[in-house]
Ligand binder design. Structure first.
Ligand code: ACO
Length: 316
């Protein structure tokens, strides 16, 4: 079995910035104090009508391929995690990327696991590397959930921002991805969903239930990963959780014994960017030189479905 590592990363966010105070100016009964205290979010970036999850994905992917030092002809597959694709049904964002990036006629497909999308896509890509079916896979996670929120609903619209993160996952002789485990429990589908009878379609959430289901499931899943890989919260180098809510992140980190300074965050600036939050954090850390070869990175995705997934990776 061949090992898979991250060879390059990139990210893209739209240009329109919305601060917490902007919501009050829009007439919503809310405040910067409430949003920061409950969620940790200060600003988020929102796609305009010409920007889609595919256009952001393309920008992130171009940077990832460039940072990987590869050319377009060396990409063997495209996996795009999104629940807000440019076309509601088809073609997939992955096929749009294959064409817009002028890649060879490689297999390209979307994968839907909401905010766990990157965990699912990374784990899926690693299987193709492990068997030798592909050497370099473009794994992209991109969402524009701002297009699926009710902008009059203060309990939802303040939470989400748009963005895309991309990596090139490549065969490596060094240790790379050492642990991946995915989970789901569709019995919790209704606590965070876009009901089929809502027109226009928009997100409905039971925030308290999401909080509870997330911490109750992600904590034991991380404990299992730490035990299987024989690392501890103290010995790992970085923890990258899905950026849903600072209070969920802090509770998880505290319970599994990961010190605060090891937690990579982008939620204050970007809000909850859904599937993109983890790969954006990877790309930001890579860009600023935070990661060193051999760093152990634990990632925890969780989101609607309910889905969750843990990956442990050595930075190569
Ligand atoms: N500004 C001011 N007041 C608000 C706002 C707002 N933006 N949103 C809701 N409120 C009000 C409610 O209307 C309610 O008012 P009421 O008491 O008069 O009815 C009051 O605040 C309390 O509402 P709750 O929903 O009980 O607020 P809660 O303390 O649970 O906080 C929150 C809401 C932040 C969503 C919380 O439930 C939470 O952190 N949940 C986790 C869910 C999450 O993080 N989702 C992100 C997306 S999911 C994912 O990525 C996996």
């Amino acid at each position: 079995m061949k090992s898979a590592g991250i060879r390059g990363a990139g990210y893209a966010i739209p240009s329109q910035k919305i601060s917490n105070d902007d919501f009050s100016k829009m007439g919503l009964e809310t405040s910067d104090e409430w949003i920061v205290a409950r969620t940790g979010i200060k600003t988020r970036y929102i796609a305009d009508e010409n920007t889609t999850s595919a256009t952001l994905a393309e920008a992130a992917a171009r940077k990832a391929i460039q940072n990987a030092g590869l050319t377009r002809t060396e990409i063997d597959m495209v996996i795009c995690a999104t629940t807000s694709p440019e076309y509601p049904l088809f073609p997939s964002n992955a096929c749009l990327l294959q064409h817009r990036l002028n890649l060879r006629q490689v297999p390209s497909f979307d994968l839907s696991a909401a905010c766990s999308g990157f965990s699912y896509a990374l784990t899926t890509g690693a299987q193709f590397i492990a068997t030798g079916a592909a050497k370099n896979i473009l794994v992209v996670a991109s969402d524009c959930l701002s297009k699926f929120v009710d902008w009059q609903d203060r309990s939802i619209c303040v939470l989400f921002g748009d963005g895309a993160g991309a990596i090139v996952l490549s065969e490596t002789a060094q240790p790379g991805l050492s642990y991946s485990r995915l989970y789901s429990d569709g019995g919790h589908g209704n606590i965070l969903c876009v009901p089929p009878d809502k027109t226009p379609p928009h997100i409905v959430m039971n925030g308290k239930a999401v909080f509870k289901v997330a911490v109750e499931n992600v904590i034991p899943a991380i404990e299992e990963a730490l035990s299987q890989t024989q690392i501890t919260g103290e010995s790992l180098t970085w923890f990258i959780p899905h950026q849903a809510n600072i209070r969920i992140i802090q509770m998880i980190a505290q319970k599994v014994g990961i010190p605060e300074e090891k937690v990579l965050l982008n939620i204050a600036e970007l809000g909850n960017t859904s599937a993109a939050s983890i790969p954006i954090a990877i790309a930001q850390a890579a860009e600023t030189g935070k990661f060193k070869p051999g760093d152990t990175i634990l990632m925890a995705g969780f989101g609607a479905g309910f889905t969750w997934g843990i990956n442990v990776l050595q930075w190569t």
